[in-house]
Design a protein around this ligand. Structure first.
Ligand SMILES: Nc1ncnc2c1ncn2[C@@H]1O[C@H](COP(=O)(O)OP(=O)(O)OP(=O)(O)O)[C@@H](O)[C@H]1O
Ligand SMILES: [Mg+2]
Length: 222
């Protein structure tokens, strides 16, 4: 699913965000990534999504080489990746359903199943009853569920969630983590960054990875 060998990421301002990353993730794994603020968690997910490219080393995601010469193929690859990132905001003034549907706008996916998939995704996240509410009227936790529905409606093989529990209380944070984990199956991998490691149950995950100053360390195998 993901193979990284000696991957580094240096931003244009010379910040070395990730150093010599070696990592292998298999289909069907649930992975948590933790680490202090600024350690490189978001940067790592951005590499997996093709929003940044490694500045050295080798990275493959679902068989696709991640480098700038592959931009077109990487756009296609994104149809199979479901990102839950805070910077991908919901569209204001639109309903929950429209937000899930519009999540596919730039992916050029076949339109036929989109409506059905979007409603199914809302059911899976427990928000079908809010499908026609405006997103402005949602609680923060519901907002996160819409973001998750948007990511899973395309039936991704890889789900990348960046700090999805944000400022939720413990009970709701756990619900969101469990919801994301529920999309793991033998083909689908789920990767989640979180500060909330105290909530994690190692029975459920395959690996817990820690990052410190851009250096990755396998903390624990579940
Ligand atoms: N676009 C960018 N240009 C330059 N430096 C960046 C850029 N994005 C992130 N960085 C830097 O790279 C390092 C890693 O940042 P990153 O956002 O990956 O950390 P993080 O672990 O996700 O932190 P947080 O827990 O606060 O979200 C930090 O030093 C950050 O300042
Ligand atoms: Mg981050």
């Amino acid at each position: 699913m993901i193979e990284a060998k000696g991957v580094a990421l240096r931003y244009p301002d010379q910040t070395l965000a990730l150093k010599n990353i070696d990592l292998e993730i298999q289909p069907g794994e649930l992975i948590f990534i933790t680490g202090p603020s600024g350690s490189g968690k978001t940067s790592l997910l951005k590499l997996f999504l093709g929003m940044e490219y490694p500045t050295s080393g080798y990275l493959e995601v679902m068989g696709q080489l991640m480098n700038p010469t592959q931009a077109k193929a990487i756009r296609k690859l994104r149809r199979r990746i479901g990102p839950v990132f805070q910077e991908f905001k919901l569209f204001p003034g639109r309903t929950v359903f429209e937000n899930v549907l519009l999540g596919h706008r730039f992916l050029h996916m076949p339109k036929t199943d989109l409506k059905e998939n979007s409603m199914n995704a809302l059911e899976k996240v427990g928000l079908a009853h809010k499908a026609f509410s405006l997103v402005e009227n949602l609680s923060w936790g519901e907002h996160q569920r819409v973001a998750i529905a948007r990511a899973v409606a395309r039936k991704p093989l890889l789900i990348l969630a960046d700090e999805p529990t944000g400022n939720l209380d413990k009970e709701n944070a756990l619900k969101i983590l469990n919801l994301l984990a529920s999309f793991k199956d033998n083909k689908t991998s789920v990767i989640i960054t979180t500060h909330a490691t105290h909530l994690l149950d190692c029975e459920k995950y395959d690996k817990l990875i820690a990052i410190h100053h851009g250096v990755l360390q396998l903390e624990r195998i579940g």
